[in-house]
Design a protein around this ligand. Structure first.
Ligand SMILES: [Zn+2]
Length: 296
């Protein structure tokens, strides 16, 4: 047998070369995408939360809990985005599942709390929609890289190379985003959205957010709040207000009628969509394009 032939047989038959992928369950469509980018073939991601579903209204089913108990790593957003997280953690952690919580890798900002009449309410609650800042996604990329290395040390160089490649793409995205938004003067950087999801984006790019609902899609606005918002939209001369891909309050239509503002298109507020918006980068590009086209 020629030496070359034996080398080929060796590679083909060596089962220990290809390890089993790390099993990951993800409670966030954004985290699923980051995990696939960083993990490549060495990670198998089960999407517990599917694109296009409302994560604010999700509750784990018995089937989901069973699936989550069988993985090595669970990915969660944290910062209160999953109100069921502590309960879920205590019911599956005994099976050796590790929770990686993105919120612990980013610097949270506070919710734009508007219920000033309610002083018993915590005013320093964190905004859980961390992924609308590209810098946060970079931080979480490194967090997932390190979590994967801890479980699969043989994959270290793969995870490092994948994370670097994804960081490079995020840097291109960040540059592109700044260039696109440059056409909008400061006075036009106002985002009237269905719910209060774009706080991190607003901070990064100098926008003011005027949400119809609160931090969750389940927060319904009072009629007083809607009246105030209509006044504010009129006095600021806001050109367009934005719908979301998943859920919209009924008053959105009423607000466009009463203010004369256009419906500016659909934003991805709570995670990824399908098609072009099915990746983090595609979703951000879609949001930025929609915002610039509606407000310029
Ligand atoms: Zn949300």
């Amino acid at each position: 047998m020629s030496p070359l032939f034996s080398v080929l047989i060796f590679i083909g038959l060596a089962p220990w070369v290809s390890a089993e992928p790390i099993k990951v369950a993800s409670l966030s469509t954004v985290l699923s995408d980051i995990a696939r980018n960083v993990g490549g073939d060495r990670v198998e991601v089960s999407e517990i939360i599917k694109p296009g579903s409302d994560p604010h209204l999700y509750e784990p089913t018995p089937g989901d809990i069973k699936k989550i108990s069988s993985v090595q790593i669970v990915l969660a957003s944290g910062l209160g985005f999953e109100p069921y997280l502590d309960k879920l953690r205590s019911s599956v952690e005994k099976s050796g599942v590790e929770f990686v919580v993105a919120g612990s890798a980013v610097k949270p900002i506070a919710c734009a709390e508007e219920d000033h009449h309610d002083h018993s309410h915590s005013h320093d609650a964190a905004d859980p929609h961390w992924w609308h800042s590209i810098a946060n996604v970079e931080a979480v990329t490194l967090q997932l890289r390190d979590a994967f290395i801890a479980v699969d040390p043989d994959g270290r160089s793969d995870f490092q190379a994948n994370a670097r490649a994804f960081e490079d793409k995020l840097k291109v995205l960040a540059k592109w985003t700044r260039l696109q938004l440059a056409v909008l003067p400061k006075s036009q950087r106002i985002l009237v959205t269905s719910h209060d999801a774009l706080g991190y984006f607003a901070r990064d790019y100098g926008f003011q957010v005027l949400p119809v609902q609160g931090i969750s899609t389940s927060d319904q606005p009072s009629s007083q709040k809607v009246r105030n918002l209509i006044q504010e939209i009129k006095s600021l001369g806001v050109k367009a207000i934005f719908a979301e891909n998943i859920e919209n309050p009924k008053v959105l239509q009423q607000i466009t009628v009463e203010t004369g503002a256009n419906l500016g298109g659909t934003l991805y507020a709570d995670g990824l969509g399908i098609g072009d918006a099915g990746t983090y980068i595609g979703m951000m590009r879609s949001n930025v394009t929609t915002i610039v086209e509606a407000l310029q």
